[in-house]
Ligand binder design. Sequence first.
Ligand code: HDE
Length: 694
Amino acid sequence: MTDTITRPSGNGGETHQVTDADHPVLTTNHGTPVSDNQNQLKVGPRGPVLLEDEVYREKMNHFDHERIPERIVHARGSAAHGYFECTESLADITRADLFQKKGQRTEVFARFSTVAGGAGSVDTPRDVRGFAVKFYTREGNWDLVGNNIPVFFIQDAMKFPDLIHAAKMEADRGYPQAATAHDTFWDFISLMPEATHMIMWAMSDRTLPRSFATMEGFGIHTFRFVNAEGKSTFVKFHWKPRAGLASTIWDETVKIAGADPDFQRRDLFERIGRGDYPEWDLGVQLFDEDFANSQPYDVLDATKIIPEEVLPVRIVGKMVLDRYPDNFFAETEQVAFCPSHMVPGIDHSNDPLLQGRLFSYQDTQIKRLGSTNWHQLPINQAKGRADAAGCPFLNMQRDGHMQMQVPKGRANYEPNSLHLAGEPGGPREDPNGFKSYPAEESGPKLRIRAESFADHYSQARLFWRSMDPAEQAHIASAFVFELSKVSLPHIRTTMLANLRNVDDELAQRVADGLAMDLPAAAPTSAPVIDMAPSPALRIVRGPREKHTLEGRTVGILFADGTDREEFDSVVAAVKAAGGHPLTIAPKVGSVPLSDGSNVTADAQLFGQPSVTVDACAVILAESACAKLLKEAAAVQWVMDAFGHLKAIGHNDAAKPLLDKAGVEPDEGVTDLERFVDAAKQRYWNREQHVRTLA
Ligand code: HDE
């Protein structure tokens, strides 16, 4: 029965007819009320469908067009809203509005992504992660479109289409999806020595982040800050996760992909939901021309870092992500980043990779979003200057596909004198607006790579020699795994020849893992130098590996008859340490505990393997343990926790399950009392006992 009441829709104060107190009337896209949303218009109850059914045709027509082209790279992404807060004024270095005043906040939208896979691919392949942040400053949008690795595969944007073609699924067979372990990727990498530094990072645990909240971000390129006097300072941007750096290990990551393809997206959603907001410090490395000239590499070369030990990272702000998008498509999918979006006080350098990006992103947004008016989509709109009379952007650009604005008056050109006749004359230039830094440039036009870009191995060596032994073993093993998937032996040989220039021991370990002979080292175009190792590059036992439970999830496996006191005390202790207890039982509905009370489990054993949590507690009654000994999922739950170097806390009655899973005593295997402290870290020393690495 339709009860027609007129009430505000909450949308611009218009009124709609509603069928009851809760629901506004369903209408077509053009506002016509719909009487039946269940059936097409037919001739008689069993007759043919009529073409005149506009309600059906409009609905299906819209549905047919609901997909837009996915991003050619970084298609798989997750995002969140939040704010940036300036914690140290940089007013003497840059006039950028967001860095002027300590405590000043600027709205942000951050999107994290993998690179190679399609929009529906898993969250956890071995892949670089995009780390793109849109700052809605009062002087326009600044997009810092970075990655979670501080260097890139190539030096010149001209090679980007080749790199991406080689990395994505192979052209004839359409696989592999979201994986670099295949011929064409390694063919390209083996023939591009400049990719060697980045491939070391790609084979490290950096490409297996546990959570977006536990990875670093980097602007990669050298940019410029420009202050009010017009003085320029070079700058590199760093995001440092307040939760500390944490990655998974390879076997774990592979299993997460099956257990929960949305692992990182879910983690972002749930963290924000429970108030564990992901937070990063924003750091800058500031330097001048003299410093740049004193370094044994070119600061315009995106395959190079400036080690933090040489030039410390100065923390100037923090970012907090505290709101998940309301609508995935409208926000996460339609957000469009462009490194060319600069604001007064921030400018580009001549890095040829950055310069190439300045064109590509604008171009791709027009293709993807279908119109030059993509800046009018709510997520992309500038928030506007305080003095802009409510309009965030004002200029004489007009029309085009999907124009959302209805500009008034005749002033769609400038200069004009219409204001003299009392008509609005439109906006005018501001002498304090964006000005490019007037760098002196001259020289012949050339397609050439600078000599100063010729050293492709010194920093790859620096990276390798900076790693903890556990990380070195992961890197060597990752090379073995990936190159084992390469079917053309000459590609492996070329890669081994490149690796010899990085470090002979690394090359030997990879060759041994592949059961291949070591070839001669590849020729180099510049001498390889030994730079001082940089401990800041480590995750394992590095300065940013944080032993904590804050923001981390502890899986608690329990079953019928579990001791109520033990259960409650572990849950309480995990919470007290800032962790998130996730209770897991063979059946979710209602689990009877020792005291006759019942508990509803958060998750069911088969659906929540231990790869999805950071540490594991096993609290069982003897009879339940005896049953679980015959349950492969329970044995695997414990076996994986051990194999993935996680802390395992258990009561006495659970010991037979641990024994069956092959758990051997070490400092990470504890009773329930010591468990919460033990749960704050992984046990790297255990690895040599549980798997053979290269
Ligand atoms: Fe991108 N990149 N890229 N890239 N990139 C895109 O733009 C491109 C590079 C990065 O969450 C595309 O909107 C070229 C470096 C991120 O929406 C495209 C070159 C870095 C994202 C494009 C690079 C990045 C993109 C595809 C070589 C780290 C996702 C969709 C010169 C500093 C942003 C889109 C998001 C996306 C081009 C290299 C980061 C095609 C030509 C280096 C995080 O425009």
